[in-house]
Design a protein around this ligand. Structure first.
Ligand code: HEM
Length: 486
């Protein structure tokens, strides 16, 4: 009897467990594809219930640290010519876009069709540039471009950021050994505080830095709003950041002289913005935008500068050429700070280094859109409300578009890249609103490093961590000394 029951159990287990496994494996495919069974969806696999393909994604990005093989594996399985794959990532049914032509189609189409979908609008603010759409977006964007990204504002920024960078590098040389990423974050934040709201280092800036760390940590976290979560902490940090800027606005309204002393900063620009009918932005519009601009610019610029320092240490021949070009400029300037025009006109090779740094860094590895209606693209259906994930990183590291893509080769920028393959700052109506500002800050940093200092990596083989953004596990620890005069 016992023997028969045992056999029955084994038979049941042998028959049922694989079936259950199969059901789980195809659960999402059945659930999400069934309503579209009359159309052809892009090839792919949507993974397990709830988590979709996240384990697979984390395997490539976190465990084996070969992020590009996540897409390579899909192309190997479904065909090299495929431009998109269906999946389920970050909690949504998704289409991964990995070709230049389809990314161009998505990013350059109207914002109504493919809606910008940044995470955590509650943290970033409903009235920030990244959250608004249509005419409201165009109007705000034009203004923000003018105050942060156009020649006149770049000239102002260049003169404003240099004293702090020069002082910081002197301090590094004095210390002799620093963790570059920590130090860069500090100086970049101080410069942002000055440029955005005329703040000087001190108590307010220390508090702001602390609260911004909270905002940035929770910004990409799962939106679970209860005590102890990164998301809840970010919401609380947002309130504190907003309170600091609100006080600053109040002070400016009450004291005209004080306001005049800060008339060149971004906060003042936002407070003075008027639309065609002469109306100013309301208070929450100003606050949401100042908060989100810092979020968008702080981490991305700091990481890019970190990658510049790392790559220049790894490629001494590149550093030598950068140094030669910058020394020439330094001689001509005879002790004066360089300007944004000097950088544009006289630092051709350095500008190539900046471009290559930002390509290789892949700070923004993918961008997200939500599809607002069913679309057919090259025979495949892209269903309404699914997420589109434009996998820019894959395009920037693909040997089909960039020869020997992992090699840091600034000379590749002597000729234009293949159309659609340079998406480091996105494309179309949502192209990065701070792209020239970011380039300028990286170039200025490189200039002062190259003309005055030498550095060596303490851990030349440090591991690269890819999430949430690519960085070195040791934070780029360097020995840092003054350059023997040449
Ligand atoms: C190397 C540094 C940077 C990188 C790699 C970068 C990358 C990007 C990318 C890829 C997008 C497009 C996102 C999308 O299409 O969904 C974007 C948008 C944006 N970036 Fe940047 N960014 C950088 C620096 C900055 C800076 C310094 C600022 C401003 C201070 C800034 C402000 C913005 C804003 C406001 C948007 C949204 C534009 C809109 O919706 O119209 N970024 N950035």
């Amino acid at each position: 009897m016992e023997y028969t029951v045992g056999i029955l159990w084994v038979t049941w287990a042998l028959g049922t467990l694989p079936l259950m496994g199969l059901a789980l494996w195809f659960w999402n495919d059945i659930r999400y594809c069934f309503p579209h069974r009359k159309s052809t969806l892009p090839p792919g696999h949507m993974g397990l219930p709830i988590i979709g393909e996240m384990l697979n994604f984390l395997w490539y990005f976190k465990v084996i640290c070969r992020p590009d093989d996540f897409i390579n594996a899909k192309r190997q399985k479904h065909g090299k010519g495929e431009e998109m794959f269906r999946s389920h990532l970050f909690g949504s049914p998704s289409i991964i876009v990995c070709s230049p032509s389809m990314s161009k189609f998505v990013l350059q189409s109207s914002d109504d069709l493919f809606k910008m979908a940044w995470p955590s609008i509650e943290i970033i603010g409903h009235k920030s540039l990244v959250s608004v759409h249509g005419i409201a977006h165009m109007r705000l964007r034009n203004f923000i471009l003018k105050i942060v990204n156009q020649p006149q504002s770049l000239r102002h920024t260049a003169s404003l950021v240099q004293p702090r960078i020069v002082k910081t590098l002197e301090l590094w040389a004095h210390k002799g050994r620093v963790i570059a990423s920590h130090e860069i974050r500090k100086v970049t934040f101080e410069n942002i505080g000055k440029f955005f709201a005329g703040f000087e280092p001190g108590h307010t800036m220390d508090s702001l830095a602390k609260f911004y760390e909270g905002v940035i940590k929770g910004f990409r976290a799962t939106p679970l709003d209860f005590p102890g979560t990164a998301y809840r902490h970010a919401l609380q940090s947002r309130k504190k950041v907003i309170a600091i800027f609100r006080d600053e606005m109040e002070k400016r309204r009450e004291n005209k002289e004080y306001a005049m002393s800060k008339k060149n900063d971004v906060l003042n620009g936002l407070m003075e913005l008027k639309d065609e009918d002469g109306n100013n932005l309301d208070e929450i519009e100003i606050l949401d935008n100042i908060l989100s601009l810092v979020v968008a610019g702080y981490e991305s610029t700091s990481l890019s500068i970190m990658w510049a320092i790392y790559n220049l240490a790894k490629y001494p021949d590149v550093l030598e050429k950068v140094r030669e070009e910058n020394m020439k400029l330094r001689k001509r300037k005879n002790g004066q700070f360089i300007t944004s025009d000097d950088i544009a006109n006289e630092l051709k090779y350095t500008n190539n280094v900046v471009e290559e740094t930002i390509r290789v860094a892949n700070v923004s590895a993918f961008v997200f859109r939500t599809v607002s209606e069913d679309i057919i693209y090259k025979g495949y259906k892209i269903p309404k409300d699914w997420k589109l994930i434009v996998w820019s990183r894959y395009i920037h590291t693909n040997p089909e578009y960039y020869e020997d893509p992992m090699c840091f080769n600034p000379d590749r920028w002597n000729k234009p890249s293949i159309p659609g393959t340079n998406q480091v700052f996105g494309m179309g109506p949502r192209t990065c609103a701070g792209n020239m500002l970011a380039r300028l800050q990286v170039a200025i940093f490189i200039h002062h490093l190259a003309v005055g200092y030498e550095w060596k990596l303490v851990n030349p083989d440090a591991k690269i961590i890819y999430l949430p953004h690519p960085k070195l596990a040791d934070g780029v620890e360097i020995h840092f000394t003054r350059l023997e005069s040449k």
